[in-house]
Structures are given as C-alpha cells and as structure tokens.
Design a protein around this ligand. Structure first.
Ligand code: FAD
Length: 382
C-alpha cells in the first residue's frame, strides 16, 4: 500500500480529531468528517479527563502499557504542541490519583496492585490515612489507607478547545460537519465515500472512528461493540474555590476535580443492551435512582458533598469490544481501511498514542507499535 496523500477520518470525536491533528501535522491531507453539528459532541463530551492507565479495571498487560505510553505523551510534547499551536493553556494536573481503602480487602487489593505496578516499572505508593489527608485535606472520611498512582488529569473542555484550535491552524485538514457517511466503495486506486445527502469524497485511506453508532456504513465491517453506560454529575463549591487537587476513587465512586469550582462525580459502569432512542436522544438526563447512587458512592470520598451545588448531569455509553480490548489497526482484507474504536473508558487517555500510531502506520515514518491483541482482524466480519 502506497503512502496515502488524502486520508478520510470518519468520526470527529477525541479519537478522530487527534488522528486528524497527527496526520495533518505530518503533511497528509485529511478530510475530517462528522455527522453532528460540530466535532467533539459524541461520547467524548461525556469524558472527565482522568488519564488512568493503572486504575482502569479494563486495562491490563500490554493494553495498560500502551495507555501508560499515551499519558507520557501528554506529559512530553502532545499537549505542549497543541497549546502552542492554538495559543491556549490547558489545566493538566500531574499529582497522581488517590484510591481510598475502606476495608482490609481494599488494602490487600491495593498492596497487590501496587506490587504489580512497581514490578512493571511504574510508580505507585501505599499511603496511611494521615499521609493521604496531608495530600488532600478535604478527604475527611473514615478510610483506612490509600493507594497513590501516577495518573494525571486534564481539563477536558480546555483540552478539546485547544485541540480544535490547533487543528484550525492546519490548512491540510478540511472539516465536514453534519455529514453522515453511509457507504464506502473501494476502488483499485482510491476509496470513495458516500454521504447521506449524496455528496461523495475520494481518498486513499480511511480511518473509522465512529464511537458507538447504530447506523451501519455499507462496505464497512460492523464492530460487535457493547454499550457500557456512565452517568455523571457536575458539582460546584459555593465559594468558587477547588477543594480537591487530585482525582480520587473509592469503590464505585470517582471524583475528578478542576482547578476552579467544578468537580465531576461518577460511578456507573453498566453494560446495557442497545439503549432506547429516547435515552440516546436525551444524554443530559439521568435517572433519579442513579443520581442518588452517584451521591452515595462519592460520600465515602467527600462526606460533605451535600453542601455542593449541582451544575449538570449527563449520561453516555463507552464503546466496548466483547474481549474488552481496543480495536486498532488496518484490515487484512484492505489495508487502506483502518479501525480505531472500542476504547471503553480511556478514549481521552489514549488519544495521543492512538493518533500517533495511526499516523505512523499510514505515513510509514515509524513503527506504529500497536499491541497485536488490538488488531481488528481478530474478529470475523460478515
Ligand atoms: C461518563 C463518562 C466518563 C468518561 N471519562 C473518561 C475519562 O475520564 N478519561 C478517559 O480517557 N475517557 C473517559 N471516557 C471515555 C471516553 O469519553 C471515550 O472513550 C471517548 O470519548 C471515545 O471517543 P471516540 O472518538 O471513539 O467517540 P465519539 O466521541 O463518540 O466520536 C465519534 C463521532 O463519530 C460520529 N459518527 C458516527 N458515525 C458516523 C458516520 N457514519 N458518519 C460521520 N460521523 C459519524 C459520531 O456522531 C461522533 O461524533 C468517559 C466516558 C463516559 C461515558
């Protein structure tokens, strides 16, 4: 397969936008195509911005290592380049994540995970309750101890705005909003994409990063993705000042702070059958029962949660392959077609590594270093 001069990226979520940025910077002409009114309005808009290769329950072994490399890219050039191109700043707090232990079982799990991480060459520390409170004085609950992991958070809204600003500086990237691709026609010398309104696009390669979608594209393999729901609440301190610096997890509760009044609270990882049209149309609602569950799960982290103000609620679904591994790479049947999907709860975390891997694969400039277990060819497509 020759190095493509024009690549179509279908899906303008954090994965597609990051790929467009990496390819566009490498001088490749990119058609960034999304069916919504603007990019970054799909699942990505639900993300908290926690960059969590170690605490995420789905990422182990080489998937964890790939995610850890991605976080390192945030620390090194990825975010700095985006901020410099867009002339903006993005809050990136690299002080670690705290996982609270309430029981002796939690403590044993923390010992096991920290030993595993240290043996793999990563930084992890067991903290006493006193040490934990010294790091985060607002953690006034009755936990026994904690595990500290080397996981930063990024302000998702600022990161997305900066990325869009950076992409806008590239004349190599053309954006097409409100454009739903419905068919891919492989030709000998090119690929033709057909949109729902009849428009056609010619390219040499295509990267499919549609997240969770119910509309099949004719000529494209349909991924067997599952829907894993996440509900979220944004709360604010009443005096406008932050009360946490690090993100904190405890059992099913998790809180990602901002460096202003906002904190994002989550809890749910609920596998679902295809949610109803109504549920998908109203992503700015959650069930009252789920609201109560989130508050109760996060009370163990911040007992004073009741004194905070609710800003917004939302729900969305994490795209999850049956074996819970990302689907990333070229199709054996046609190497001009690449898939980048199934990143579950780590799509934001993985955005730099996925983007650079796809750009390296398409431009042949470096080894894409994609774990073999991510290959889309592990599935048989009808
Ligand atoms: C509550 C919640 C919290 C999360 N928190 C975090 C976190 O803290 N850290 C983290 O790393 N990850 C987090 N995630 C996961 C992360 O948000 C996802 O992994 C990531 O956003 C997936 O991005 P994507 O680009 O694959 O999909 P999307 O953002 O959904 O983008 C896909 C785009 O493709 C478009 N599209 C689909 N079909 C077509 C078509 N035929 N033609 C044109 N366009 C099409 C869609 O409309 C959409 O705009 C969270 C997820 C949830 C639900």
């Amino acid at each position: 397969v020759k190095t493509p001069t024009t690549v179509a990226v279908i899906g303008g979520g954090i994965i597609g936008c990051s790929i467009a940025w990496a390819l566009g910077r490498a001088g490749v002409r990119v058609l960034l195509i999304d069916d919504r009114a603007a990019p970054l309005q799909g699942i990505s808009a639900a993300g908290f911005g926690s960059l969590t290769p170690f605490s995420d329950p789905f990422y182990r072994g080489e998937a964890r290592d790939f995610a850890a490399r991605s976080v390192q890219m945030f620390r090194e050039e990825w975010l700095a380049d985006i901020c410099s191109a867009s002339r903006s700043s993005v809050a990136f707090k690299d002080l670690g994540l705290i996982q609270l232990c309430l029981t002796t079982e939690d403590e044993q799990a923390a010992v096991d995970l920290s030993s595993e991480l240290i043996a793999a060459g990563y930084d992890a520390r067991l903290l006493s309750a006193v040490e934990t409170r010294r790091l985060e004085p607002a953690l006034s609950g009755t936990y026994r101890s904690a595990l500290w992991m080397n996981e930063p958070w990024v302000d998702r809204a600022e990161y997305f705005a900066a990325l869009l600003g950076a992409i806008a500086t590239l004349s190599s990237v053309e954006q097409f909003a409100r454009t739903k691709i419905v068919e891919l026609q492989p030709r000998i010398d090119s690929l033709r994409l057909v949109a729902a309104d009849g428009r056609e696009f010619e390219c040499d390669a295509v990267v499919l990063c549609q997240g969770l979608t119910t509309g099949a594209i004719v000529g494209v393999p349909t991924l067997p993705l599952q829907w894993v729901r996440g509900d979220a609440i944004s709360v604010h301190t009443t005096n406008g000042a932050p009360i946490l610096t690090r993100h904190v997890y405890c059992h099913k509760g998790f809180i990602t702070p901002r460096d202003h009044s906002e904190m994002l609270l989550g809890t749910t990882y609920e596998p679902e059958d295809l949610p109803s049209d109504n549920a998908r149309a109203h992503r700015d609602r959650i069930a009252l029962a789920d609201f109560k569950r989130i508050i109760s799960a996060n009370c163990a982290i911040l007992p004073g949660i009741d004194s905070l103000e609710v800003g917004a609620v939302w729900r969305n679904w994490r795209p999850t392959a049956p074996d819970e591994k990302p689907v990333l790479g070229a199709l054996q049947s046609d190497e001009r077609i690449l898939l980048a999907n199934g990143f579950i709860g780590l799509g934001i975390t993985l955005s730099p590594a996925v983007a650079v891997a796809v750009a390296n694969q398409l431009t042949r400039s470096a080894d894409p270093a994609i774990p073999a277990t991510f290959s889309p060819n592990r599935y048989h497509y009808s």
